[in-house]
Design a protein around this ligand. Structure first.
Ligand code: PHE
Length: 355
């Protein structure tokens, strides 16, 4: 029997020296150590031996089992190390390599504009906030003083997240793609961390008839200040500074009275059209950006409605708020001389590559 064990050991050593994959190790393990393996086959005869013989053979069989086991483990380690060494040779990555990246990628004009706006407002000590694109009805409408059945809901009609999901929910739980970045105003007010001085760049969605100025999703920049003594001049001054930095010194702004349920009073602010530079026509046609009117509507604004403040537990007797919501796409169009915001969403590499 001793001889059988020695033969088995030799057979194993011979085989283990020839293999070089993990699968083969697995097979050897089965062949020698498993219940139906060769070692067990020999040990079956152990019962026929005398006690004295058992005392000698049993430890030898055990040490052979350990030997095989350790050998297999070492071999596996060796195979893995070899594999990694080969990978290192074959797939060497030179992290110091200097590739020519110029011309390989471009930021989208909307990202460029949004980043510039952020930089300008950060330099005026504004904090940049963010909010979810999938919003609930309460924040997108109700808490902005647009209750159910309010006519303004038509203007801001949007995409609702499946009626099946919405049908059993309370109004404030219903889910939609946000119409504007204004719900982030409420989110910020509810944090109760006054004074507030934030901007919120982000994507918004509307059920729109598309044309040169309207797309069913676009980017807005919300601006909100809530403090004890803010005035209209703070809003006007900040806005004019930002626009002159972003467009050019000659840029003029026009303020028009308007109506928004969440601001009182309200205004719409236009910027002089840079696409046609006031000539009202481009390539012999009436300018599609300003429809030949010389002005492009850029944002809605003015004092936060007292109802909105008190709805968020902020006392309108003490604090006042100023807000605006700006169309980043339109600024991008103006800045880069693109005569339709629709082009920004058509995946035109040729357009992006120019900026
Ligand atoms: N949320 C408004 C819109 O999308 C813009 C706005 C923001 C108007 C803040 C006033 C104050 O049209």
């Amino acid at each position: 029997m001793k001889e059988k064990l020695i033969n088995l050991k030799n057979e194993f050593i011979e085989k283990v020296n020839q293999i070089n994959t993990l699968l083969e190790i697995e097979n050897l393990n089965k062949e020698f150590l498993w219940k139906s393996g060769k070692l067990q086959e020999i040990l079956k005869w152990l019962k026929d031996l005398s006690v004295d013989e058992k005392k000698v053979i049993w430890p030898e069989a055990n040490s052979l089992r350990d030997f095989i086991w350790i050998e297999l483990e070492n071999k596996a380690k060796q195979i893995e190390e070899q594999r990694f060494a080969n990978i290192e040779k074959e797939e060497k990555i030179d992290v110091t390599a200097d590739f020519e990246t110029k011309g390989l990628w471009h930021k989208h004009p909307i990202s460029i504009t949004s980043n510039l706006l952020e930089e300008i407002f950060i330099s005026m000590w504004f904090k940049v906030e963010d909010g979810p694109q999938v919003e609930n009805e309460r924040l997108n409408f109700d808490m902005l003083n647009i209750p159910d059945n309010h006519p303004a809901r038509d203007v801001w009609d949007t995409f609702w997240i499946s009626d099946d999901i919405n049908k059993d929910l309370q109004s404030w739980e219903k889910v939609l793609l946000r119409t504007h970045t204004s719900p982030v105003q409420i989110r910020e007010m509810l944090k109760w961390n006054l004074p507030i001085k934030i901007i919120v760049p982000g994507r918004v969605f509307r059920y729109e008839q598309e044309d040169a100025r309207h797309t069913c999703n676009f980017y807005q920049l919300e601006w909100l200040v809530v403090w004890e003594k803010v005035t209209f001049w703070d809003l006007k001054g900040t806005l004019e500074t930002a626009m002159k930095k972003l467009l050019w010194e000659k840029t003029t702004l026009r303020f028009r009275p308007s109506i928004f349920p969440f601001t009182e009073p309200s205004a719409e602010i236009d910027v002089s059209c840079q696409i046609c530079s006031g000539t009202w026509e481009k390539n012999g046609k009436s300018c599609s950006m300003c429809s030949g009117s010389w002005w492009v509507e850029l944002l809605g604004a003015w004092m936060v409605h007292p109802k909105v403040l008190s709805g968020a537990w902020i006392d309108p007797e003490i604090y006042s708020g100023f807000a605006f919501g700006m169309w980043i796409d339109r600024i991008a169009a103006q800045r880069f001389g693109v005569n339709s915001s629709r082009m920004f969403y058509q995946g035109r590499l040729k357009l992006n590559e120019q900026f």
